[in-house]
Write a protein that binds this ligand. Sequence first.
Ligand SMILES: [Zn+2]
Length: 300
Amino acid sequence: LKKIFIIFIFFLAIPILADINHIFIFMKNKILTSNFCDYRNDHFHTGIDLAALDEDIIVPNDSEVVFFNIKRKNSINYGNGNFVILQDNKNNYRFNFSHLKDDSFDNKKIVYSRGDKIAVSGNTGHSSGSHLHLEIEDIKNKLLLNPLTFLNIEDTRRPRLIDIYFITEDNKKISITDPRNYKIEKNGKLFIKCMDYVNNSEYALVPYKITVYIDGKKTSSLMFDHLTSNLNNFVLNDGRDFSSLYINNEKNDFFISNFFSLPGLIGFKVEIEDFSGNILVYKKNLIVEYKKENEDAKIK
Ligand SMILES: [Zn+2]
């Protein structure tokens, strides 16, 4: 019986250990300042930004350097600055560490073990303050992953809702978070303006998931778990690219879906969730009542 018990414990321990391997402290002191899929003028932010001044960057898995760039003296500051790409061949992950401090990286070292220091966070390249840009690629499935999957960022704060609104076919904006608005008279586009905040950071971050329910039925869902590369364009798991999500060209202003509904009273609900599972719920009953313009014309 003792043997069986030990075997049982052994099998229980494997998945738990595997999970711990995924969560890693890349740097000791850091502040999450920009999330995965954040608005960047004409493209998605494909990683996360961790503000950190002269912090040691620690390698999360046994891996080797597959590419690096070291800025030469007096060269133009653009792009990712000094950066290094590490590949974990066992788990098929590729880690990109960017904006590294000058001379903080040994360009002759190829093989790194979990826990080794690789470089120091800096402000090189297109960067407006010392930070680490961290990008994680799943090379087997050709996906850019949300790096929060690998980090333990303390977050007990709920996302914040700014506005839920419709832009109707005739270009009117109807904010449904305004208590005076409870009627929808035209089809249109549904937008949600919202953000997440984590502990110890006042930066407005992209939440993890936005779900819309009508009469209890899920009608649309937006999730920032990974990006796929599609003809040099990154797309979300519902196939949407940057310009079809941020159609208003505004940070934290998400186009959710086109809105059509049968006339009548509808129960409208939105759930905004962050990576740690904190959820904000918004509910409102709406009356959908389309004006019959054609019939009015006939009467005249
Ligand atoms: Zn970045």
